[in-house]
Design a protein around this ligand. Structure first.
Ligand code: CA
Ligand code: CA
Length: 265
């Protein structure tokens, strides 16, 4: 009798769970604001990469939601590792930018002056709306070490099996020390020290509604490997002109007037 009742309660809890927002995953996260960059001089400057990732990392994933405010100029930079090329011209760099007005690109290289690294592209069906990119990197895979996903679907992969040295810092909204400013919104940026799977890419995209990557849900199983999570104003330290990192404390400073906006995916 007790067993029957336990089963009945378990079944009713499952039914409740399945009827919640999103259908099956419980991964909902309230998301009220994103960060808008003016395309003139705004940018966000986070701390060193090695606050987020290991000094040498052989796996990582990067998640970023974005929506331009105006037709993006070619080269507009949304997010960059090592923007000032610290360590000289042979340094690592990761860049997520607009290649054309309807195509975004990833450049992921351990050696900017030497090997070409991985350069991948994603054509946008709706370049004016919110879109989601997920980059995954696994130096230990035999091939296709770097993969790019747009809205949960893989758009390309490349061989780049060299581990990455964490050199320099992480920057949002411009390239280098002051070119290719991005005019638009960024939201819910995340970095893991793990290479997320194709199934996880679908779950993180979550049909266009950012999920709560602080916990596992659906096919997403990498919450323990989440290293930085910038919500772009949600759950922010209230008195600072910055964006709080929920995990590692790699908070970033908003420079030259980026604004929190109530436009979110
Ligand atoms: Ca947000
Ligand atoms: Ca400004």
């Amino acid at each position: 009798m007790m067993l029957m009742r336990t089963i009945a309660i378990a079944l009713s809890l499952m039914a409740l769970h399945c009827s919640s927002d999103g259908g099956d995953d419980g991964g909902a996260l309230e998301n009220s604001v994103s960060l808008l960059f003016d395309g003139e001089d705004d940018y966000g400057s986070a701390g060193d990469i090695d606050i987020t990732l290991s000094e040498t990392f052989d796996v990582c994933s990067i998640s970023l939601w974005f929506k331009p405010e105006a037709t993006p100029a070619e080269g507009s930079m949304m997010m960059q590792f090592n923007p000032e090329i610290e360590g000289g011209r042979n340094a690592m760099q990761v860049s997520i930018y607009w290649d054309t007005s309807d195509r975004v690109a990833l450049h992921f290289t351990p050696d900017l002056d030497g090997v070409p690294g991985a350069r991948l592209f994603a054509d946008l069906e709706d370049p004016e709306g919110w879109n989601h990119l997920l980059v995954t990197f696994d130096a230990n895979a035999s091939s296709d070490n770097v993969r790019l996903y747009l809205n949960g679907e893989e758009t390309g992969s490349a061989d780049q099996g060299s581990p990455m040295e964490a050199i320099g810092n992480i920057q949002f909204g411009r390239q280098g020390t002051g070119v290719n400013h991005y005019n638009g919104y960024l939201d819910e940026a995340a970095i893991w020290e793990a290479a997320l799977s194709a199934d996880e890419a679908v779950s993180v995209y979550r049909d266009g509604r950012p999920g709560n990557v602080l916990v596992d849900y659906a096919d997403y199983r990498s919450s323990a490997a989440l290293k930085s999570f910038w919500r772009m104003g949600d759950e922010n330290f209230p008195t600072e002109a910055n964006v709080s990192d929920r995990i590692s404390g790699n908070n970033f400073t908003i420079v030259n007037g980026g604004m929190f906006a109530d436009d979110t995916p």
